[in-house]
Ligand binder design. Structure first.
Ligand SMILES: [Zn+2]
Length: 227
């Protein structure tokens, strides 16, 4: 099974996998072997993500803000840099896991690359920002992405980063009197979740239906006819 078909969260797995690569590197064996092992792991991850997004490896790496040379598949980067690359690819794999449509996955790769760049290139801060809320009425970026609201999700994530662009977006959101009372999922998506789940992707549609069942603001969308 491809990692992107697994519906479980990968966050604990990521730490485990990076830790396992770290122990491999710390193990008493020739340094070249360790480097090659890590390069092989990076290549495999990049190829899996390329398949999930229907891009070639080079196209995927370009959209992910890397190049195969920078990603050290073809180059000679330091081990810490390679481990950072591995963490970055595993982070991407985590949110692609819950998206069914290639278009949504491609949008998520591009938006997450921008989040990482605009958010100050701090992966831990990006991960934290994906789970934060401005108020109990808001949904986190992670939740919005699981509803297929990918662009909006990454905008919310950026608003929670400790960065200048993030603080600017946060101000814009908080100045909007409707923001915190607006539905989390668009009327069209709510409608499709019942009438044509495959148009959203079956797991995304299931996630939307579950949310609408729990959220009075989005439940009201069901009574509106989409344009
Ligand atoms: Zn809602």
């Amino acid at each position: 099974m491809s990692p992107v078909q697994d519906t479980d969260t990968h966050e604990p797995d990521f730490k485990l996998q990076v830790a396992s690569m770290r122990s491999l590197i710390d193990a008493p064996s020739p340094a070249d072997d360790k480097t090659e092992e890590l390069k092989a792991e990076l290549t495999q991850r990049a190829d899996e993500l390329a398949r999930a997004t229907d891009w070639t490896r080079d196209q995927f790496l370009e959209h992910a803000g890397c190049s195969s040379e920078q990603l050290v598949i073809d180059g000679n980067a330091k081990i810490d840099f390679m481990l950072a690359c591995l963490s970055y690819l595993l982070w991407m794999e985590g949110f692609l896991t819950n998206l069914d449509l290639v278009f949504d996955r491609q949008t998520a790769v591009i938006a997450s690359t921008r989040l990482f760049h605009d958010g100050g290139r701090d992966l831990d801060d990006c991960k934290r920002a994906m789970t934060e809320k401005l108020s109990p009425a808001e949904r986190s970026a992670e939740e919005l992405i699981s509803f297929g609201e990918v662009t909006k999700g990454f905008q919310v994530a950026l608003a929670h980063t400790d960065s200048k662009p993030g603080r600017a977006i946060k101000r814009v959101l908080l100045d909007d009197p409707c923001y915190l009372s607006s539905p989390h999922v668009s009327d069209d998506r709510v409608h499709l979740a019942w009438t044509d789940p495959e148009a959203l992707g079956v797991r995304v549609a299931e996630s939307v239906r579950r949310h609408v069942g729990e959220c009075s603001v989005c439940a009201a969308s069901r009574t509106r006819t989409p344009a």
